[in-house]
Design a binder for this molecule. Structure first.
Ligand code: 9D3
Length: 253
């Protein structure tokens, strides 16, 4: 997958591209991340990317010309049917695991990072195919959200994670063979490692027992209980066994 990131802060992405998953995915050829400085697509001496909003008001708005020039230049390199032009914006649809999975169907994504009070609406209506937000909180721009979108997407590319199993077991992963409406799993169960006793706190006995059936049942029950307590909204989408239902009944009681 190729990501073309359009930003006024290309340097922002240094650390995430030099570490961990994205670095590995680039080294192995699963992902290419190309950074483009929006100012390189301006034509005036001051390399102006923003201007005051028509109608007045605080702050500045990204001008349409540099963004159109950047996207049209990138688009002309190669004509892909699956190319999507994504604007990271607080008005976008919320990124979910299902949304990240859907993005992996594209060979190439252009990610536009907004700043200031926003982007000229003619960009939104005539250039952008998707608007994505990463959550209902205010950030200063689309750079961190673009990094989040890339990380969430790249780790779904087959072969990027060393251990294919860890992806299947993730909270929020689509259970294998589940119908498309089942998009989200349970929260993870608690994990422990050595020592078995730390200060006054002991690891639950069952995890030391070696009884794999009891361990499986304990983990499943913990996951169900944590999900029921913290994120009951997720439970509606999880396929539940008879045993699961009995446990949830017991908790509710
Ligand atoms: C809704 C707030 N807007 C009211 C005038 C101003 C505004 C706040 C923050 C306009 C742009 C921004 C910058 N944020 C993003 O570009 C952004 C973002 C975010 O702030 N939160 C979650 N996801 C995203 S994706 C892009």
């Amino acid at each position: 997958m190729t990501f073309d990131v359009i930003t006024i802060f290309p340097g922002f992405f240094g650390s995430i591209l030099e570490h961990g998953l994205l670095k590995r995915a680039m080294a192995s050829g699963h992902a290419a991340i190309r950074l483009h400085d929006l100012r390189d697509y301006t034509e005036d001496r001051h390399r102006t990317v923003d201007d005051r909003p028509f109608g007045g008001g605080p702050g500045m708005v990204f001008k349409p010309e540099p963004i159109f020039r950047a996207v049209e230049t990138l688009r002309s390199e190669k004509h892909e049917k699956s190319l999507r032009v994504i604007l990271l914006s607080p008005q976008g649809r919320l990124l979910t695991q299902a949304g990240a999975e859907e993005l992996t169907r594209a060979e190439r994504l252009i990610l536009i990072c907004g700043r200031y009070e926003g982007v000229d609406q003619r960009v939104v209506e005539n250039l952008v195919t998707d608007e994505i937000s990463i959550g209902d909180y205010v950030l200063s721009g689309g750079e961190l959200p673009a990094a989040v979108v890339m990380e969430a997407t790249v780790r779904l590319i087959p072969g990027v994670l060393g251990n294919e199993e860890s992806r299947e077991q993730d909270s929020f992963a689509v259970p294998a063979g589940a119908p498309p409406e089942v998009r989200q799993g349970l929260l993870d169960c608690p994990q422990y490692t050595r020592p078995a006793q730390f200060r006054d706190w002991n690891v639950p006995e069952v995890l030391l027992s070696g009884n794999h059936e009891q361990i499986r049942q304990w983990r499943r029950r913990q996951a169900l209980e944590e999900t029921w307590r913290r994120r009951p909204d997720l439970l509606a989408h999880v396929p539940l066994s008879e045993e699961d239902r009995r446990w949830l009944e017991a908790l509710r009681a």
